[in-house]
Write a protein that binds this ligand. Structure first.
Ligand code: ADE
Ligand code: ZN
Length: 357
């Protein structure tokens, strides 16, 4: 039966796009292991380890946990994040986080993900570097075998622990180097912390063959993105949305092919931007900057990668062809083995052809 002329199939159209996004093979290049934990996983951890860090608790009841995840601003988010991180005490906890993440990624047709892990914070919660490395290696094998998802690790320094914490992060990455290690990162607050202070640690990591993928320009303007590129040798930038205010920087990112890992829902949930409608993603795309979509901390922000793609259609008007191009940009920016990249790109072409998207 043909569609009558007067019909406006808005819902059908959106569900077609949702089906397209669900089928589209994707990579996810910016998410944190602890921040990916589902509500159920966090509740189980909170119940398993109730008294370990007195006064630093996490709710053990689902509605209270949902309220706990209503962030008033970025510092509040970081404080909540720190408390949840303290729940992860053992290698077995780490493996269950990786398994939960892999199941979630597979359900969203994510073929490859780079996952940020903060080893110095994990050690502060009671896991030795050796146990952490072993758990990540085992978890990664499980993700591949059980879910068909390939994982890479980015070890990020928490800016609150300063350059000494970054040096210890590099010690972990270089001396333990669990299978799948691809990069070095820098997370935590940006305000009052200069990326440039972390240059020596990043230099040592890069000399050891690690890729440089710091957060920058998440809650502050373009100056820290400049610093990430010029001082830390950033090959991709976490968020980088502050770049939108600086046409010269946008030109540089486009020219050098430095990909921004853009996490729209995260930016709204941490109040880094006031709404999706005001998110600078369209400015970045219009400037020709390579952009990959990501979720950052999907368990805490109540999002998933398919939802991020769908927002781009609904809020920014991206077509299915443009969404497929974003998926391709991610595959090109991934630090994955070349055959996997080729396979993902071929699969994206195939899905696009099959759906006429
Ligand atoms: N750690 C976890 N999520 C983060 C974010 N969005 N920014 C900085 N550090 C983080
Ligand atoms: Zn992040």
């Amino acid at each position: 039966m043909s569609t009558p002329d007067h019909a406006t199939p808005t819902h059908a159209a959106v569900s077609d796009v949702a089906d397209f996004v669900a089928a589209l093979p994707k990579v996810e290049l910016h998410l944190h292991l602890v921040g990916s934990a589902s509500l159920d996983t966090v509740l189980a951890l909170a119940r398993r380890h109730p008294e370990v860090h007195p006064g630093q608790g996490v709710p053990t009841e689902v509605n209270a946990l949902r309220r706990f995840y209503a962030f008033t601003d970025f510092p509040h988010f970081l404080e909540v994040y720190r408390r949840v991180n303290l729940l992860v005490h053992t290698g077995a906890d780490v493996i269950s986080l990786v398994a939960g993440l892999a199941a979630e990624l597979a359900a969203r047709t994510v073929r490859y993900a780079e996952v940020q892990v903060t080893p110095v914070r994990n050690r502060m919660a009671g896991i030795s570097f050796a146990d952490l490395a072993g758990a990540l290696t085992d978890g990664r094998a499980l993700a591949r075998q059980e879910y068909g998802v390939e994982l890479g690790w980015v070890f990020d320094a928490d800016s609150a622990l300063g350059p000494p914490g970054a040096e210890e992060t590099v010690d972990f990455a270089v001396n333990h180097r669990p299978e799948g290690t691809v990069g070095i990162g820098l997370g935590g607050a940006e305000l009052g912390v200069r990326r440039a202070d972390f240059a020596p640690a990043f230099r040592r990591a890069r000399d050891a063959g690690l890729h440089s993928v710091p957060h920058a320009g998440e809650t502050v303007g373009p100056a820290e993105v400049w610093a990430a590129v010029t001082e830390l040798g950033a090959e991709r930038v976490g968020h980088g949305i502050g770049s939108a205010a600086d046409p010269r920087l946008l030109e540089l990112l486009a020219e050098r092919g430095i990909t921004l890992e853009v996490c729209p829902t995260s930016n709204v949930r941490t109040a880094a931007v006031s709404s999706l409608e005001e998110h600078p993603l369209p400015t970045l795309l219009a400037a020709g900057v390579p952009v990959t979509l990501a979720t950052d901390d999907p368990g805490m922000f109540h999002t998933d990668l398919n939802a991020e793609y769908l927002h781009c259609h609904e809020v920014f008007g991206l077509s299915t062809a443009e969404l497929a191009d974003i998926a391709r940009a991610g595959a090109r920016a991934a630090f994955c083995p070349e055959p996997l990249r080729e396979a993902i790109l071929a699969e994206i072409d195939q899905v696009q052809r099959a759906t006429g998207g």
